[in-house]
Design a protein around this ligand. Structure first.
Ligand code: GDP
Length: 340
């Protein structure tokens, strides 16, 4: 279920309730069940959906509500509030200030997906969806074939997002700079360099150095000396099974002491979002989330889960591959739009 469909299903459930002559326990439960089903189909975590049901039932307590109160309105407001609460952890994230050097570190997922393949070889990969086909071309060098299964990585869009974030602030009058501390993925530095050059943003990285901590520290020091006020450190993508990469990410964070760690997440990640986001939060102090590829066939529920797991707000969303396809995320207008 894509995000627009989720909004549509919730709105329909509310409209059905509005058509009922009397709002009793059954009508309320039917409506809540419909909304819960829509959220689960959009990959929102089961516990969050259950909590939402309990909260709404507490607010819309039919017995306690005086006769004559507009139960429909109370129900609609309760759903709106609960969706907003799911997306709003209640504490704003750090915001960089012009003229004062800030370090912002980007972390994100390199998800591993396992697809069954035909024993005859790679030409007969089964169960491949659109996303995998696209990714397969990009990350063929990550592929390993074993026991009839093929594992490959999917990118969260972190490197693209670093540049979008830098560009957004540059247009607001900041002096941003980009540091490539991703020494794991071949081509990461070239990609960052290309993006940075196009946007006329200074960058730092190395083809030779394999220690990401060293690169990160050197880059941050250099740009502090050059009076950059927003130093963005891009790190390697990783997934929660990779203990060594998590340790490396912790070391980069310890050495550069970022003012903000941003967790970048592909909106199509789905149910895995909660566990993955939580694993990142346990290693470094994630303070904000950026959800990418909101223009695609995203289910969107993963975003809600990432907020819950990191207790950090979504600050921006990526809406395309282009550098300015990047929007500030604001909870209430987003939920209003979602509910139509
Ligand atoms: P990384 O490996 O996590 O650093 O990911 P990349 O920055 O290399 O991005 C992977 C792919 O996702 C690239 O083809 C990007 O152009 C694309 N991408 C990133 N953000 C968005 C977005 O918001 N929308 C769309 N449609 N594509 C995106």
């Amino acid at each position: 279920m894509v995000l627009a469909q989720l909004g549509g299903s919730i709105s329909r459930a509310l409209a059905q309730m509005s058509n009922a002559t009397v709002i009793d326990e059954k009508v309320l439960n039917d409506c809540l069940n419909e909304i819960s089903r829509a959220l689960l189909q959009a990959d929102v975590q089961f516990k969050m959906v259950r909590d939402m049901q309990t909260n709404i039932k507490r607010i819309v307590n039919l017995e306690a509500l005086a006769a004559g109160t507009n139960k429909r309105r109370i129900m609609q407001q309760a759903v709106f509030t609960e969706l907003c609460n799911m997306l709003d952890p209640g504490k704003p994230s750090f915001t960089p200030k012009k003229g004062k050097p800030s370090v912002v570190m980007f972390v994100g997922l390199q998800a591993l997906e396992t697809r069954e393949i035909d024993k005859q070889g790679m030409g007969k990969v089964r169960y491949m969806d659109d996303l995998c086909q696209k990714v397969m071309l990009k990350v063929i060098h990550h592929a390993s074939v074993a026991y009839g299964f093929w594992e490959h990585g999917t990118s969260s869009g972190k490197t693209t997002t670093c540049t979008k974030y830098a560009y957004y602030h540059q247009r607001k009058g900041f002096k941003p700079a980009l540091v490539c501390a991703d020494t794991f993925r071949a081509g990461a530095f070239d990609q960052l360099k290309q993006n940075a050059t196009k946007a006329k943003i200074p960058f730092y990285g190395s083809y030779m150095e394999s220690d990401p901590v060293k690169i990160a520290v050197e880059g941050v020091e250099r740009f502090k000396k050059e009076n950059c006020d927003l130093i963005i450190v891009d790190t390697s993508g990783r997934h929660k099974q990779e203990a060594a990469l998590f340790e490396e990410m912790r070391q980069v964070s310890e050495a550069t002491k970022p003012d903000l760690v941003i967790f970048v997440m592909d909106s199509s990640i789905g149910q895995a979002a909660f566990d993955q986001a939580q694993a990142f939060k346990q290693s470094v102090s994630v303070g904000a989330v950026i959800v990418t590829k909101m223009d695609g066939h995203a289910k969107g529920g993963g975003a809600l889960s990432a907020v819950a797991a990191t207790k950090s707000p979504v600050i921006f969303i990526g809406t395309g591959e282009h550098i300015d396809e990047f929007e500030v995320f604001d909870v209430k207008p987003f939920v209003s739009r979602l509910l139509g």
